[in-house]
Design a protein around this ligand. Structure first.
Ligand code: PLP
Length: 269
């Protein structure tokens, strides 16, 4: 579901010829799986383009043995309410680059120059996380390994209940790492199960169970309708065939079994 290195390479080659290479690449570790950094990072290095990873959904995932967010120039995490751990709001930037960290702190604290009065040579932002929210986040962070294990176990139940059905795929680990279990997503083959994501979602909703469509692709968002896009059809296919299943850490095994049973019975209808 992530950035396709083949598409990226072809874009870079075309843009290099026109001298219009992008100034940075923002990769998104969507649904808690890291991108194929073993291919993306050398490619970006070859064209001298820094990589910022949006790891908002991937805290606790691994890329090989490296934690998500440790690749590239810097990465961002979100502690928004729907993330694997939350401080109710806010986020973090992580980097090994001290200059980048200092500059980020400077911008996030209103770009205040070292004067006794408020002196601004640059536009700044009031983007600090409050101590109270940070303390909630730290307490949650200590529980991250336990939450990841529970969420992965929830996916394993869905997998054992649903993956035996022809044309149904419960997504798991990428070939290069370990998923953090954030949201279990399922794909229903369009030819085998036409309309299944909508039918299943509505059936679950009639039982007061929330499931969500897979994220709508950026090129389909009206606000970006005029933006350039590089399409292979993969994002559209995933949007048409995918569904996010209830994955909350508080779900019991029997909750997950109940959701699975409803999904299977809807498919049979
Ligand atoms: C991939 C991704 N990036 C960025 C964000 C935004 O994070 P925040 O809500 O903390 O601004 C989210 C979700 O909220 C996300 O899923």
């Amino acid at each position: 579901m992530n950035l396709d290195p083949v598409v990226l390479e072809s874009l870079f080659e075309r843009r290099a010829a026109l001298n219009t290479l992008p100034s940075a690449v923002i990769t998104v570790d969507v649904f808690g799986r890291t991108c194929d950094y073993d291919r993306i990072l050398p490619l970006c290095e070859r064209f001298d383009i820094p990589v910022i990873s949006d790891s908002a959904e991937a805290l606790g995932a691994l890329h090989g043995s490296a934690p998500a967010g440790s690749t590239g120039a810097c990465a961002v995490f979100s502690f928004n309410g729907n993330k694997i751990i939350t401080s109710s709001g806010g986020g973090a930037i992580v980097t090994d680059d001290a200059d980048l960290a200092n500059k980020t702190r400077f911008w996030a604290t209103q770009s205040r120059e070292p004067f006794p009065w408020y002196e601004h040579e640059e536009i700044g932002y009031n983007y600090r996380m409050s101590n109270i929210l940070a303390s909630i986040g730290r307490a949650q962070l200590a529980r991250l390994p336990e939450i990841v294990e529970r969420r992965r176990a929830i996916r394993d139940i869905y997998h054992s209940e649903l993956s035996g059905t022809d044309g149904v795929q419960v997504m798991g680990d990428p070939a290069w790492g370990r998923w953090n279990g954030w949201l279990t997503t399922v794909r229903f083959d369009r030819d085998r199960w036409p309309g299944a994501p909508v039918r299943v979602r509505e059936r679950l909703e009639s039982h007061n169970i929330e499931a969500r469509p897979i994220w709508k692709p950026m090129h389909k968002q009206p606000v970006f309708s005029r933006a350039l896009s590089e399409l292979t059809g993969a994002a559209d296919a995933i949007f048409a065939e995918g569904l996010c299943l209830p994955s909350g850490t508080g779900m019991s095994d029997s909750d997950v079994n109940r959701v699975s049973t409803l999904i299977k019975s809807q498919l049979k209808r």
